[in-house]
Design a protein around this ligand. Structure first.
Ligand SMILES: Nc1ncnc2c1ncn2[C@@H]1O[C@H](COP(=O)(O)OP(=O)(O)OP(=O)(O)O)[C@@H](O)[C@H]1O
Ligand code: SF4
Ligand SMILES: [Mg+2]
Length: 380
């Protein structure tokens, strides 16, 4: 595997909750990001998925320094960018750019496309001297599939997909190494989503980019990602290659998310077991003790309320070659096929719910509690 270009360790972002008008007193904190760890390798795409409010955008903003972490580190090629001087940070920021979710609100309606894409050159004139900027911007328009003649147009003269291309061109202006794309296609029509994803893939090859790609939609993340991290309530609960996460998930939350992904093939759909999570996501100001997923987990046991599960390879898989051997923050992590494979549907495969027979998890009885089709939170 290529070397890590970004190393994120124990990253936290807590927003203080205050009370009082004159004398503000802190009465708690919204733990938007609460201990996130991951590496991004040179040239890869790391997908990050999770429900609304789990902290994805907050992670993205910290990576590009739009938010300062409460604690933790973000190392870019070995240097912790949370501790750099403003001058050193400016140089690093050039290399980590963001593409935002909403192409309608992220572009200033009063600026021409040329000014929007060329704006980063005001801060980094060394990348494009003044006389060279118009040509550079036109090159960028061409690279993202827009007519360079459109340089003097305004954002409202473009479609949603075209505006997102403008956002991508702006992200590329400083020739970054890393692009953090926060739901870059969520606001677009399905037909346009694939075009923008394809464009991102082509640009990755052309410019050797590394991506952090954030989305709700698990199928889009799979399409573009080499590895996928699943977030729940401020933490990554499972991370692995796309095949490990989609075909061999071991965390109950990942399994529930996957069981809700639309399956076009009717036969595969018939074989699929839906795991319906009941109960709301707890408030990030009031995170459950032990495992933060326990209030919605159908496998929860007493231990889950007492001990925080670490993000690590589960003990049962540590000495195996199983694809289930990847990091999962669950005391009772166990592989479960959720998205049916050809084996499951076609020729006598074991069917969804077959867990590969890993021999249980130390006699905890969790396997017996699984697959109830969404019985909701267990009383603890
Ligand atoms: N400036 C802020 N002050 C207080 N709380 C905040 C702030 N920004 C975000 N939050 C809270 O932090 C949590 C995580 O927010 P974030 O926007 O990172 O979630 P998300 O996973 O990106 O959600 P979505 O999928 O809806 O975009 C949410 O509960 C949100 O309300
Ligand atoms: S089994 Fe326990 S540790 Fe695992 S996800 Fe469920 S509540 Fe968390
Ligand atoms: Mg978000």
């Amino acid at each position: 595997m290529a070397e890590a270009i970004l190393e994120v360790r124990d990253l936290h972002k807590h927003y203080p909750l205050t009370q009082g008008i004159l004398f503000k007193k802190q009465v708690g904190a919204v733990k938007a990001v609460d201990g996130v760890d991951f590496d991004l390798h040179q040239g890869e795409t790391l997908g990050i998925v999770g429900e609304s409010g789990c902290g994805k955008s907050t992670v993205a903003k910290m990576l590009v320094n739009l938010e300062r972490p409460t604690s933790g580190s973000i190392r870019y090629k070995g240097d912790d960018i949370t501790k750099l001087s403003p001058r050193a940070l400016k140089a690093v920021r050039r290399n980590i750019q963001m593409v935002f979710q909403d192409p309608y609100t992220s572009l200033n309606p009063r600026m021409t496309v040329g000014d929007i894409i060329g704006e980063p050159y005001e801060i980094h004139p060394e990348v494009a001297p003044k006389g060279d900027r118009r040509r550079k911007v036109q090159d960028l328009l061409d690279v993202v599939g827009l007519n360079p003649e459109y340089i003097n147009r305004y954002p409202h003269q473009f479609s949603g997909g075209q505006r997102q291309r403008i956002g991508i061109a702006r992200g590329l202006a400083l020739q970054p190494e890393i692009i953090v794309a926060d739901e870059p296609v969520s606001a677009l029509d399905v037909s346009v989503q694939a075009q923008v994803v394809n464009l991102l893939e082509n640009l990755q090859t052309e410019f050797s980019l590394s991506y952090v790609f954030i989305a709700h939609d698990l199928s889009i993340v799979r399409h573009i990602s080499d590895r996928v991290g699943v977030m729940y309530l401020g933490r990554i609960v499972e991370i692995g290659t796309d095949a490990q996460i989609y075909d061999h998930p071991t965390h109950p939350y990942t399994q529930a998310l996957l069981s809700a992904v639309p399956v076009p093939d009717p036969e595969a759909r018939a074989h699929r077991e839906r795991i319906i999570l009941t109960g709301d996501v707890p408030s990030p100001a009031n995170i459950p003790s032990g495992c933060r997923f326990r209030t919605r987990c159908w496998k929860a046991q007493e231990r889950c309320a007492l001990e925080v599960p670490l993000l690590a390879v589960p003990a049962v898989y540590r000495l195996t070659d199983s694809p289930a051997k990847h990091d999962s923050a669950c005391h009772f992590a166990e592989e479960k096929h959720v998205v049916p494979t050809e084996e499951d549907t076609g020729n006598g495969g074991e069917g969804p719910g077959g867990n590969g027979g890993n021999g249980g998890n130390g006699g905890n009885g969790a396997a017996g509690a699984e697959a109830n089709g969404g019985a909701g939170p267990k009383p603890l």
